[in-house]
Design a protein around this ligand. Structure first.
Ligand code: MG
Ligand code: ZN
Length: 532
């Protein structure tokens, strides 16, 4: 601003008896920051959704629009102490700009509490919000407003989240907020908690104490809601919405109930829209984190069809943020991931090699195009989308059958009903076979060398041994899908960061960033000093 203009502005301000009007276009910091985290969303997961939207649905992906109109950078997905990272450490590094260790929340590498961007925004008088389609106490949302030595301490996290005063918190995870004596729906009803049976088929506290965190939340001024009707009707400025006992439903199940006007479960996009409506009432602005948390769960399960649906669910939430921020010059949207999950990719193979063909328009009209390999068929994108159930839901139902009914034929039939890909009875038999899994010793010392369905390659990278059947089904179908998976955990593939908004806010988000650097940029983009 030139001196003459400055004097003129001061004169105007004095004349009007008010402070200088703040012109967002002149501002170097964002009034509002919306951080969208796709958990487990490596570049290849984004590419899966882009390919589906380009070749099958023919509708533009919101993430694609974000990338087209914004800045794209890459982020090193590593912990402060290790080569690979988990969601707890990643979200802590993003939320604080500080290095940390895997599995810890809100602590630096030495175990000291770090200040998170939610806490900093609150100090500045801004509103804050956390939204996730997993559960509120799960690592990603928890890292923004709690500090514990291990992510597994979800009851402690629940307590800290309420104490944090984060204005809007919408997700699953009710079991960590209700006292230990609430063990069924009747007990919940008599405690005054009205829960829809569709969203809460089972009610059971996971706490070991009598702490009633819903009551504590109400004392702190929160309205509590448990279904979409409550969410939509709320006029409160402090809102705690818990829509499932543990994690919210997977994206395929959500899509199947989405058209039902009587459904009680809100979608991730609906939670995002409501959070924005509430937070936007604060004239000082807000910080909102929205997580698409089950992209990661699909990756852990190696379930490609589910992963596509999880990506599309996350993309709808991105769309909700874009719609809200449309034509605003005071809002920064950042979409990124904490790490990649599954080492997923389409790959070319020696299976189902296409027929030779005569290319009518080719230069060598007499030469036949005779591929030696199968480079992946686009129609598989539609088939992946056509999956009607997640493999975790199939295995859950299968394992609840009486044991004589748990046959390979039955499993093959259930998979056949759920997806266009075929699990043969022989493959189903291999999925159900068990033998001692030596990795129980390391990960689960109390279980010893227990029998489990076995994954024979990279066995150590499938530590969620109870879930191995899910992975085995997915991997048995993978060569029909032209898909490969490398692990049941996370990889060190760098993730993308996409910044959308006024260019003066977005132009520092390109290049190859360290994850703590991304955290510091988030602080700075709100006008806060970056944490050291
Ligand atoms: Mg997460
Ligand atoms: Zn994960």
């Amino acid at each position: 601003m030139k001196l003459g203009q400055l004097l003129f502005n001061i004169l105007i301000a004095v004349t009007l008896g008010c402070a200088l009007p703040s012109n967002p276009a002149d501002s170097t910091s964002a009034k509002n920051v919306i951080l969208l985290i796709g958990d487990g969303m490596g570049p290849q997961q984004i590419a899966l959704a882009v390919a589906y939207s380009k070749h099958i649905s023919k509708s533009e992906l919101n993430l694609y629009r974000l990338m087209r109109d914004g800045e794209v950078g890459a982020v090193m997905a590593e912990a402060g102490t290790n080569l690979v990272i988990d969601s707890a450490c990643s979200a802590t590094q993003m939320a604080s700009g500080r290095s940390c260790r895997p599995e810890m929340l809100g602590l630096d590498v030495d175990g000291n509490k770090v200040q998170t961007i939610v806490e900093r925004a609150k100090l500045a008088g801004k509103s804050t919000g956390l939204v996730s389609d997993t559960r509120l106490t799960h690592a990603t949302p928890a890292a923004f407003a709690s500090h514990v030595i291990h992510r597994q301490f979800e009851n402690e996290i629940a307590q800290q989240l309420i104490e944090s005063g984060t204005d809007v918190m919408l997700s699953g995870g009710l079991r960590h907020f209700i006292p230990s004596n609430i063990l069924d729906s009747a007990a919940a009803t008599s405690a005054g908690i009205a829960l829809s049976p569709a969203s809460f088929p089972k009610v059971k506290s996971a706490r070991r104490d009598e702490e009633d965190l819903l009551a504590a939340a109400m004392v702190k001024g929160y309205e509590t809601v448990f279904d979409i009707a409550g969410l939509k009707a709320s006029k409160a400025n402090k809102l705690l919405g818990l829509f499932a006992l543990s994690g919210m439903p997977d994206a395929i199940e959500m899509r199947s109930i989405q058209g039902n006007p009587a459904r009680s479960m809100p979608t991730l996009a609906e939670m995002t829209t409501k959070a924005l409506e509430v937070l936007a009432r604060n004239p000082k602005g807000f910080f909102l984190m929205v997580e698409g948390g089950q992209i990661d769960w699909a990756g852990h399960e190696n379930d490609a069809g589910r992963m596509l649906h999880e990506m599309l669910r996350f993309d709808e939430a991105v769309g909700a943020a874009l719609t809200w921020a449309k034509n605003r010059s005071d809002t920064l949207i950042v979409a990124t991931a904490d790490h990649e999950t599954g080492s997923f990719g389409f790959s070319y193979s020696a299976k189902d090699i296409p027929e030779a063909e005569q290319l009518s328009q080719g230069f060598f009209k007499s030469v036949r195009y005779e591929p030696r390999y199968n480079f992946g068929r686009r129609e598989n994108l539609r088939k992946l989308f056509d999956q009607k159930r997640s493999f975790t839901s199939i295995v859950g139902e299968f394992e609840s059958l009486n044991s004589p009914d748990q046959s390979p034929e039955r499993l093959a039939a259930m998979v056949g009903e759920a997806t266009p890909f075929i699990l043969s009875v022989d493959q189903a038999r291999e999925v159900l076979a068990k033998e001692p899994n030596r990795f129980y010793i390391h990960g689960h010392s109390e279980l010893g060398n227990r029998e489990a369905p076995i994954i024979r390659d990279f066995t150590a990278f499938y530590p969620y041994i109870e879930n191995n059947r899910i992975n085995l089904i997915a991997r048995a179908l993978a060569d029909q899908q032209d898909v490969v998976w490398g692990t049941g955990t996370h990889t060190s593939v760098p993730v993308l960061v996409i910044a959308h908004g006024p260019s003066k806010l977005t132009d520092r988000f390109d290049g190859f960033l360290d994850m703590t650097e991304l955290g510091r940029l988030l602080f700075e983009s709100m006008g806060f000093d970056a944490a050291g």
